[in-house]
Design a binder for this molecule. Sequence first.
Ligand code: NAD
Length: 373
Amino acid sequence: MADRTLRVGVLGAGTWARGAHIPGWLRDPRCKVVAVCDVDPAKARDAARHFDIPEPADDWKAVVSRPDLDVIDVVTPSHTHHELAVAALEAGKHVLCEKPVAYDFRDTWRAAALARRKGLLTKLGFTFRYSPGVGYAKSLIDEGFVGTPFVFNGYEQNSQWLDPQTPLRQVDPAADPSVLQVSSLEGYGAPIIDIGHWWVGAAYARVVGTMRNFIPDRMVRATGRMMRMNIDDGTVFIGEYANGAIGSIQTSYVTIGNYPGIEARIYGSRGAIICRLVEEGGVAETIRVATPSQVEFTSLEIPQRFYPAGGHPRESWRSLFYANLIKDFIGEILDGGDRNQGNFEDGARVQEVINAVERSFRERRWVDLPLER
Ligand SMILES: NC(=O)c1ccc[n+]([C@@H]2O[C@H](COP(=O)([O-])OP(=O)(O)OC[C@H]3O[C@@H](n4cnc5c(N)ncnc54)[C@H](O)[C@@H]3O)[C@@H](O)[C@H]2O)c1
């Protein structure tokens, strides 16, 4: 398949498709974006014009069933992901899907199993796994820099929704306001849970956590008005990984700081790595390391091989990290599929942790993993 150009159809022409996905595909000469589809035809037309994509469309079913497409990219609102991703797999396409594939981890496992049965590759929008700094850290861990992993601390947070007037999309306006709804843990927690699994080299065996609503009334994007929104805008949990390491995760919509707001720390028997993805002074990421003989943390320069073509440390994290994600997915497909990182199985594992932390909070107890299927 190495000499083929992949043909891609993008579903959704909203903010994230325009800011990260489509620019990522266009940056890689090994693919061609053939169609962009949005249920709002004006949005599809505008994106097609702006990015010079030949075919705007407004019927996702027609796009998914096109025999001339190899890859479907799902960048629609979260509650639609599962239906669209499964339909694309059923139609024999490789699928890149924004997170989450589904709110119930079991649906994501089933989608992963469908892909496996059909010999198709999947990838989730775990943007931060593909940051040059996080990738470099993973290569250091694989080379033994950290030794046996002891502790992982992960944060994903920024102050995007500290102001209640900022319209929030990650809510269900029809939800019962007397019951706390999972939101920041799902929207912001997924990528850092994923990095923890990846760096530590194991899944969680048990978790316990708590979550809280800090801003009672918010502007809801779907309704355009202020509403009582009983969502977790802050969550903290701790856990034990299956290989003996322990970890903590904090996610929030209302903790002051800049985008992306990720910090991942791993401490092991031989070394420690802190990777900070917080845009400050025009630079989106830093990586710092220490060892038992050099306990003062020092900064490392991220080698060029961890950047996509034309990428550099002062590029916007949105396009920089996503270009790496898409470059990686295209390589996986063209190389024949033996390697497939950040796939639906990884997504299901992350979603299972989210579901377990929610259960832990509701029942005020430790929850063992894996959950019953
Ligand atoms: N991975 C990340 O870092 C990251 C960052 C931002 C957003 N996201 C995710 O990306 C997704 C899209 O977010 P957004 O901010 O672009 O939202 P958006 O509302 O700006 O865009 C979504 C678009 O999808 C269209 N749409 C809805 N149903 C559709 C369907 N069935 N077929 C085709 N088009 C359809 C809508 O009309 C809209 O234009 C969300 O799931 C969001 O959580 C991920």
